[in-house]
Design a protein around this ligand. Sequence first.
Ligand SMILES: [Zn+2]
Length: 90
Amino acid sequence: MALTSCPACSEQVSTDAKACPHCGHPFGTKTPDGREKIRWWLVLLVAAVLGAGFYFYWDRQMDDARRNGCLDAEQWAEDELGIPSNPEDC
Ligand SMILES: [Zn+2]
């Protein structure tokens, strides 16, 4: 049985004690703080969802830009319609 000092009153307390016998400061119930952990997981989850959402939005915007790209249109016109492409027009 080891002794530790109470964080509240600095008296020597057994590490097996559930609470400080001198001041009643509770041990073991505060660490680990489950609610605090869950809060951090929620922050991480929200950050991940926002990051993924932004990534997919940005990726779609890039796809649209590529689809509507002038060079692609020129290439398509050349391939499909036989019109000579002129990238300088873009
Ligand atoms: Zn104490």
